[in-house]
Design a protein around this ligand. Structure first.
Ligand code: FAD
Ligand code: 2HG
Ligand code: ZN
Length: 476
């Protein structure tokens, strides 16, 4: 093995190699701390050529590779197996913005660029890169592309798949596919780009991407609303499209339990409303059109105020506050984005990242909450998420004071009940976090034989030795 390590060193140098056990540790466990893997080495190449050389070496020596970006994934996809036979290939040194085309509304980046850096660079250039999620300060664009990440603006701009024009991929044999085309249209055979997006590192290593940009919003209005029910939330959103003149960019639903965890576990969090309510909606409208003469600071704010007033009269909104400045809007967003951290600090939880048709979401919530309680009466349901995409994080917190092993004894019963219900609704068991390691069995159970056969055929054709992130997504 020391021979293999020497060959790695010859490619990436000492700067690109982590061998010390203590230094390796952060790369060997996931954000949720569900898994602790082992690895021969953490390898950190600085260029596509170095990635290709490392992959070629691994192909020749039959060493498996676990690709890793910011390691914020929710499904254990970036954690190597426990047997210690893989390397972790971290892309975080490949962190350069390569080009901005303001006229063509595109940006070319390396895979290890942090999402927030991309957002900020776009904004400095009067443009918007709309992918936005709680982990944006540490996740990388390579991880976003590999999980086809969703986030809080999907209802307006689409998933990551819709935000990218071209990618560069190092194949499992070490060849470099240059698909860095800045083309909005390209019907030349099978769509290879879409194959690698959302593949969670099981088909190749994404090394670069050409991203789409949008005009930077010049008028934004954000409100925090108490609503009586998920039905009201869906109806509120349904009317908001026209009322905002097609400017709804976010609509996030939260139950009181998740919010309580934020207040309790995240210092500085305060309730924007005087009374407690069962359900909340964070609604944001944004437009690239600056307010016109005669409008207040925000044209959209006036429109939103009028719309929420009507919604209150109809009983769709119980109480509401519209952000008067950016700091207030950011405070609303922090309450939403801190749900994961608030839950983590509260103790063990089981996550269900599900989606159903938006119109069916309210009845799913009613039935799902009943199913969860039936499986474990003392559990604490924490439903929240992207109501405009029909995607809820239908999470389940352990009864107070329970240990993780104690709670996980109910894991299959709770998750089985939720996933069976989702399937009966024609929904998805993983709307945005992917399959990784945590849902490999569920994928096999809930997807059809045809789908699984096609996925296996693709995997075997591209990665015949099963060296790219083995044991993730699909077993071959
Ligand atoms: P990693 O965790 O490092 O990797 C994720 C997967 O991609 C792994 O399978 C890995 O092997 C593979 N991979 C990484 N880089 C590459 C590459 N260059 N080439 C090939 N494969 C690669 N997700 C959402 O979709 N929406 C949300 O709203 C959201 N909110 C979150 C909030 C918090 C607080 C946290 C902690 C996570 C959240 N996530 C969300 C999950 C996570 O942030 C995303 O999945 C993100 O896209 C992962 O990026 P990463 O760089 O951390 O990838
Ligand atoms: C979000 O929407 C993320 O905040 C994380 O997808 C969800 O913690 C979760 O379950
Ligand atoms: Zn989410």
């Amino acid at each position: 093995m020391s021979d293999f390590i020497d060959k790695l060193r010859a490619i990436v140098g000492d700067k690109g190699l982590i061998l010390d056990d203590k230094d390796k540790h952060p790369f060997l466990t996931d954000w949720r701390e569900n898994y602790l893997g082992a690895a021969l080495a953490i390898v950190r190449p600085a260029s596509t050529q170095e990635v290709a050389a490392v992959v070629k070496l691994c192909a020749a020596e039959k060493v498996a590779i676990c690709p890793q970006g910011g390691n914020t994934g929710m499904s254990g996809g970036a954690t190597p197996q426990e047997d210690g036979k893989e390397i972790v290939l971290s892309l975080t040194r490949m962190n350069k913005i390569l080009e901005i085309d303001k006229v063509g509304y595109s940006m070319t980046v390396e895979a290890g660029v942090i999402l927030k850096t991309i957002q900020e660079t776009a904004a400095e250039n009067d443009r918007l890169f709309p992918l936005s999620l709680g982990a944006e300060g540490s996740c990388t664009i390579g991880g976003n592309l590999s999980t086809n990440a969703g986030g809080v603006q999907v209802l307006h701009y689409g998933n990551t798949r819709q935000l990218v024009m071209g990618i560069e991929v190092v194949q499992p044999n070490g060849d470099i596919w240059n698909g860095l085309r800045a083309l909005k249209k390209d019907n030349t055979g099978y769509d290879l780009r879409d194959l690698y997006l959302g593949a969670e590192g099981t088909l190749g290593i994404i090394t670069k991407a050409v991203l789409k940009l949008w005009p930077k919003p010049k008028d934004v209005s954000t409100s925090w609303n108490a609503v009586p029910s998920p039905e009201a939330a869906v109806e509120l959103l349904s009317g908001a499209y026209a009322a905002s003149e097609d400017n709804v960019t976010s609509c996030e639903l939260m139950g009181r339990m998740g919010l309580e965890f934020v207040f309790k576990n995240i210092p500085g969090s305060t309730d924007p409303l005087a009374d407690k309510h069962e359900w909340y909606v964070l609604l944001e409208w944004a437009s690239s059109r600056p307010p016109r003469d005669g409008e207040n600071q925000s044209g959209l704010r006036d429109k939103m105020e009028a719309y929420l007033g009507e919604a209150m009269e109809k009983g769709l909104v119980l109480d509401a506050v519209i952000a008067q400045n950016e700091a207030q809007a950011r405070a609303f967003w922090a309450l939403r984005e801190n749900h994961s951290e608030g839950q983590k600090r509260e103790g063990p939880s089981i996550k269900h990242d599900i989606s159903v048709a938006v119109s069916k979401l309210p009845s799913f919530v009613t039935e799902g909450l009943a199913a969860m309680k039936k499986a474990l009466p003392d559990c604490r349901p924490v439903p929240f998420g992207h109501v405009g995409d029909g995607n809820l994080h239908f999470n389940c917190q352990s009864p107070p004071g329970w240990t993780k092993p104690q709670f996980m004894e109910y894991g299959d019963k709770i998750s089985g009940a939720i996933y069976d219900l989702v399937t009966a609704y024609g929904g998805s068991i993983s709307a945005e976090h992917g399959i990784g390691r945590i849902k490999v069995d569920e994928l096999t159970h809930y997807r059809s034989k045809i789908e699984l056969d096609v996925m296996r055929s693709i995997k075997r054709a591209l990665d015949p030795d099963n060296l790219m992130n083995p044991g993730k997504v699909i077993r071959v």
